[in-house]
Every structure is written in structure tokens, then in C-alpha cells.
Design a protein around this ligand. Structure first.
Ligand code: UDX
Length: 440
């Protein structure tokens, strides 16, 4: 089999590499010449556990190629997977410019039948737009090559993307022809060893599934954050409440962690885009509007907690920040609570010393302020009036608390991910605040 993956971002690169790893001949295409040159030298644009090794291994075997030229690789491709970005427009809708440009180019260059599957997260109806764009390009060239469009949304989690691809809990495939279905069935056959389910459906439902899944997960998080804040007010403990409700199999125990808010490249963008799609169809998604509003407030919650502890005026206060990435095992800081929080703190006159095991370089690009990035977590604590834990990296879990205390000016810990034991810290002389944890 031969597949083409257009877009060497997060989804495209993981998809291309993992498909090549099971013996499929894959060409990864991107318009960014520099990115392609670097990939040819084995330099990856993102950090993802296990990915580099797979890229190197398959590139060496010649099964994984990188190029800016779709036309040079398109011959003989059974499937063309579109995995380019869909950044949000001003109004929250997904910008389909890149997806449709790719469709246009495929229409110009296609030589024989292929399935054109969209992997990027795109609004319902996009596959039909892709189809129209391919057809329009074929009309221009006056040559009609048979093809099918399909939707094959991606459910990869950052930090676990390779594992998620290799043993997915489901593969969703939306098609409108038997032929397309059988091509995609072949493509994913090697992964069926891993007990996973391939779920076939119509195209619109496949497109909707991706948004509905992310919106549901974001809803769980905002729900728990809302309840956590009430817990704190009434003297209940969100961790105990979580265990209690998570034991009900109808609820389940996953994705119920209260914290400093969800971030990343998917949840905030997808929730916004779905709200926008609803409006376009005269259907207000009031629940998701609340999910988004709660999350925005939650990202500022530690700022308020800090003011409650240190006083309203944060001018000159030294704040240590542990964790910048939106979650552990990634260098991605997009929409991370750390960004908006650090921004607010600096505007309030606070001085920030921050440490993250891998995300500092990315943070520098997104935070224009003068933040001091330290070489380790302890250096960030020097003379600190407070420690803000924002990403639950494993290495932050068991610090040497005596050393932490000796470095800080004031032993104040604001635990934005509820990873520490409140009783133990308080016993050791720290002032501890979590999310939804009673004060005493
Ligand atoms: C998510 C989906 O999980 C994935 O299926 C989809 O394809 C892309 O979006 P990802 O963005 O990588 O993946 O992150 P995820 O692990 O889902 O976490 C998202 C955010 O939610 C993080 O900021 C995390 O800290 C937060 N979160 C997660 C919570 O606050 N509480 C939880 O219980 C779980």
C-alpha cells in the first residue's frame, strides 16, 4: 500500500511515521521547505515520546519520505490523508484555507483512483467542500479521475500520540462508498492486532464524532472545576468527591481531575468551533458556552488565590512557576494556563521565575514578557513568595520539601493540579492551597 500524508504537523507526522512502521510506503508532504529539509536530516519539529526513533528507522528503510512536492509522489497512492492545520478564525470557526488548498492541488495532480481522507479536525460538511474543490480543479484541467472523499478524525493525545496511534481504542471512518471503505480498511488492518475497533459511519457523523468527543471531555473537566470551587466553599474535598462519583461505571473515573483549567491545541479550539457551528445552524450550544466560560475563569483562579494569600497588590512579589506546558510529556504551551496566568501576574507587577523540563523554548515564543527561566525547579524558588504548580510533570511530584522551604521567602504552595498531599505539606509548615481542597 502507498499513502500520502499532507501536513507534517503533529497529527500528520505521527500518522505518517506510524503507517510507515507497519510497512506502508508513506510520503509526507509539507509546503514548508525548511521543515522538510530538517525532517530529511532526521530533525523533528515537535517533541513526542517514541516518534523520533520511528521516523529515523523508517526513513532509513526508505519507507518514509519527506517532500514539498505532492506531484512527485501522488502516482499510485491508495490513500491521501489531509492533516494540515485548521487554526481558529477571529470568530472561533475553523479556518479551512489550508485544507481546501490541498484539495485543490490534489485535484490538479491526481493520476488514478485514491481515497482523499480528512484527518484534520474540520466542521461537519468539510469533506463535501473538499470533494467540490477537487472536482473544480479537475474541471479546470479538463480531466476526471475517479476519487472518493472520507473523514478519518484523529483522537491522538499529545505525549501519548504514538501509543494512541498504534493501539487506538477506536478508529472512526466516515465514507460514502464501499471502495473507499475497503481502502481505509486495508490501511488500518495492521493495527487490528491491538484489539481495537474500527467504526464505520457516514461522513457527517464521523466529522461530528471528533467534536462531540472533545466537547464531552472538556465538559467533564469544566464540570469538575465548577464543583471543585463549590467544594472549597462548603468544606468538601474534590478528590474524595471524584473517587465517590467515579466509582459509578456510568460516570467512570477518567477525566475527572479538577485543576487550573484545560489547554492545548484541541479542547479550547474545538469547543469554540462547535459553538460556532451551532450558531451557524441556529442552535445555541449553551452547555458548551458555559464550559468555555468556566475554563477561562479557571485559568485565572490561581491569580485570585494568590491575591487572597498575599494581598491584592502583587507588585514586586516573586513567584516561582513549576510547569509551562499545557500538560506533562509535551513541550506544547498553546492555551496553557501558564500563559494567561503569567501574563496577568506580570501585568500586576509580579516577578516570575519559571521552570519546565521541556517547554521553555516554546514558552519563550509565546510569552513576550521578561520571565526568568531557570535550569531546575529549585532555582526557580529562590526568594519566592509563592510556588505555583501548573503542570504535573512526574519530577515535580516528590520534591525535597525541606530544600523547597529553605529557598522560599514564604512557604506558600498553590497546587494547580492537586498533586500534593495537603495534610503533609501543612504539617511541614507550608501554607497549601489546591483546587477544591478545603482550607484546613
Ligand atoms: C485531547 C484529546 O484527549 C484527544 O483525544 C484529542 O485528539 C485531542 O485533544 P490533548 O489535547 O493532547 O488531547 O490533551 P488531554 O490529555 O486530553 O488533556 C487536555 C487538557 O485537559 C490538559 O490541559 C489537561 O491538563 C486537562 N485535563 C485533563 C484536566 O484538567 N483534567 C482532567 O481530568 C484531564
Amino acid at each position: 500500500m502507498k499513502a500520502i500524508v499532507v501536513g507534517t504537523g503533529y497529527v500528520g507526522l505521527v500518522t505518517g511515521a506510524c503507517l510507515a512502521d507497519v510497512g506502508i510506503h508513506v510520503a509526507c508532504i509539507d509546503i514548508d521547505q525548511e521543515k522538510i529539509d530538517r525532517l530529511k536530516q532526521g530533525i523533528l519539529p515537535i517533541y513526542e515520546p517514541g516518534l523520533e526513533e520511528i521516523v529515523h528507522r523508517n526513513a532509513e528503510k526508505g519507507r518514509l519520505q519527506f517532500s514539498t512536492r505532492l506531484d512527485e509522489h501522488i502516482a499510485g497512492a491508495d490513500a491521501i490523508l489531509i492533516a494540515v492545520g485548521t487554526p481558529p478564525d477571529e470568530d472561533g470557526s475553523a479556518d479551512l484555507k489550508h485544507v481546501l488548498n490541498v484539495a485543490d492541488e490534489i485535484g490538479e495532480k491526481l493520476q488514478d483512483y485514491a481515497v482523499i481522507a480528512t484527518k484534520s479536525t474540520v466542521p461537519v460538511g468539510t469533506s463535501l467542500k473538499v470533494k467540490a474543490a477537487v472536482e473544480a480543479a479537475m474541471n479546470r484541467r479538463g480531466q476526471h479521475i475517479p476519487f472518493d472523499v472520507a473523514s478519518n478524525p484523529e483522537f491522538l493525545k499529545e505525549g501519548a500520540a504514538v501509543r494512541d496511534f498504534q493501539s487506538p481504542d477506536r478508529v472512526v471512518i466516515g465514507t460514502e462508498s464501499e471502495r473507499a471503505r475497503s481502502v481505509l480498511e486495508q490501511l488500518y488492518k495492521p493495527f487490528q492486532l491491538n484489539r481495537h475497533r474500527v467504526i464505520y459511519m457516514d461522513i457527517a457523523s464521523a466529522e461530528m464524532t471528533k467534536y462531540a468527543a472533545n466537547a464531552m471531555l472538556a465538559t467533564r473537566i469544566s464540570f469538575m472545576n465548577d464543583i471543585a470551587n463549590l467544594c472549597e466553599a462548603v468544606g468538601a474535598d474534590i478528590n474524595q468527591v471524584r473517587s465517590g462519583i467515579g466509582a459509578d461505571p456510568r460516570i467512570g473515573s477518567k477525566f475527572l481531575y479538577a485543576g487550573a483549567g484545560y489547554g492545548g491545541s484541541c479542547f479550547p479550539k474545538d469547543v469554540k468551533a462547535l459553538i460556532h457551528t451551532g450558531r451557524e445552524h441556529g442552535q445555541r450550544l449553551r452547555l458548551l458556552e458555559a464550559v468555555e466560560a468556566i475554563n477561562n475563569d479557571q485559568k485565572q483562579l490561581l491569580f485570585k488565590k494568590l491575591q487572597a494569600a498575599l494581598g491584592k497588590d502583587l507588585q514586586g512579589k516573586q513567584i516561582a512557576v513549576w510547569g509551562l506546558a499545557f500538560k506533562p510529556q509535551t513541550d506544547d504551551v498553546r492555551e496553557a494556563p501558564a500563559l494567561s496566568l503569567i501574563d496577568a501576574l506580570i501585568k500586576a507587577g509580579a516577578i516570575i521565575r519559571a521552570y519546565d523540563p521541556v517547554a521553555v523554548e516554546e514558552a519563550c515564543k509565546h510569552i513576550p514578557h521578561p520571565v526568568t527561566y531557570t535550569r531546575d525547579e529549585y532555582e526557580a524558588l529562590e526568594q519566592a513568595d509563592a510556588l505555583l504548580l501548573l503542570t504535573e510533570w512526574p519530577e515535580f511530584r516528590l520534591p525535597d520539601w525541606e530544600r523547597v522551604k529553605s529557598l522560599m521567602r514564604r512557604p506558600l504552595v498553590l497546587d494547580g493540579r492537586n498533586i500534593y498531599n495537603p495534610a503533609q505539606l501543612r504539617q511541614q509548615g507550608f501554607e497549601y492551597h489546591g483546587i477544591g481542597i478545603p482550607l484546613r
